[in-house]
Design a protein around this ligand. Structure first.
Ligand code: SF4
Length: 317
């Protein structure tokens, strides 16, 4: 790790008037600093800022510094959010990691974390080692010729399914952005992963009220049952009346370069019978836009099966 200056502002104004890299739980940043993937000269520890709190009165408002474990066990949180959090990382990491930091976490592509290998995301223009290398874990949706890395967050998938927004602030002012629009596709600039502006801080996550999201779930398929990233995951919420789907939300992770909403599946679900056959028919379009790499064509069928399993489990709530 390279030497750096550390300061700890106690007000949002002080934090925004300083230049540096924000440190919350540190579960991504410190790792990447140890590997010399990130080498900030000035780190701003923001843990003393007043950015905590969970308000469930009308929808859900989550302070950006809330810890994953605290949010997961809050009784007013929709099941799909709680389950996505509890299937993430380890208990120790969930006790440390903040919600804002989780949404900004970097990819787990092994080449990104190995400074001895080319990686367009870490060093623009150097090439992508994964496209012709080990790419079993990589994306089949949203990839480009420059980068095929998946987005690593579980809870971001649940939040995108629920149309969550984030509030951002910097020295110029504040704004609100749909989380789904915040993340960028890699295109020719995979080093630019999101719409975060210079000096900007996430202050809050806002989930609109959706009463039928009590019937929701998060399914995560991975190589081992704990402390592992998704091969494929699915966040679903279902409005079911008279044994038919009235409305649905479906988003997937582990297969795409950003949390991926399956609007075609949602459309196919509306009016469909809430049965295994109805769910299988709707999920049959889930991988229509997918493009497999050399090692991960299995993700196309896995994607459909994961969506069906999530729909079945969600419908039984
Ligand atoms: Fe880097 Fe993206 Fe290629 Fe991984 S997939 S090596 S993060 S450019």
């Amino acid at each position: 790790m390279r030497p750096f200056e550390l300061t700890a502002p106690t007000t949002i104004e002080d934090a925004l008037s300083s230049t540096g890299t924000f440190l919350a739980g540190g579960t991504t940043l410190v790792d990447l600093m140890k590997l010399n993937v990130l080498t900030p000269q000035h780190v701003l520890d923001i843990n003393a800022l007043p950015l905590r709190g969970i308000d469930t009165h009308d929808g859900l408002r989550i302070g950006a510094l809330e810890r994953m474990s605290d949010l997961a066990r809050h009784p007013g949180v929709y099941p799909v959010i709680s389950e996505a959090l509890l299937l993430s990382a380890s208990q120790q990491l969930r006790n440390m990691a903040s919600i804002g930091g989780n949404l900004l976490q970097r990819t787990r592509c092994g080449y990104f974390r190995d400074i001895a290998t080319p990686c367009n995301k870490r060093e623009p223009g150097s090439g992508c080692s994964a496209i012709s290398g080990a790419n079993r874990m990589h994306a089949v949706l949203g990839a480009s010729d420059s980068c095929v890395a998946t987005h690593a967050s579980d809870v971001a998938v649940a939040l995108v399914a629920l149309d969550a927004e984030i509030r951002l602030v910097n020295a110029e002012g504040s704004r609100t952005v749909r989380l789904a629009d915040f993340y960028r596709l890699p295109g020719a600039t995979p080093d630019v992963e999101n719409d975060l502006r210079p000096g900007e801080l996430i202050t809050e996550v806002v989930v609109p009220r959706l009463d039928w999201a009590q019937r929701s779930t998060y399914v995560k398929v991975r190589d081992r049952q704990s402390y592992e990233f998704a091969l494929c995951s699915a966040a679903v919420a279902l409005d079911i009346q008279d044994s038919h789907v009235v409305d649905a939300r479906v988003a997937v992770g582990g297969v795409a370069t950003k949390p991926w909403r399956l609007t075609g599946v949602e459309e196919a679900l509306r009016g469909a019978p809430a049965t295994a056959e109805g769910f299988e028919a709707a999920a049959s379009v889930a991988a229509d836009e997918a493009k497999p790499l050399s090692d991960n064509s299995f993700k196309l069928s896995l994607l459909k099966r994961t969506v069906v399993r999530a729909l079945l489990e969600g419908s039984r709530r």
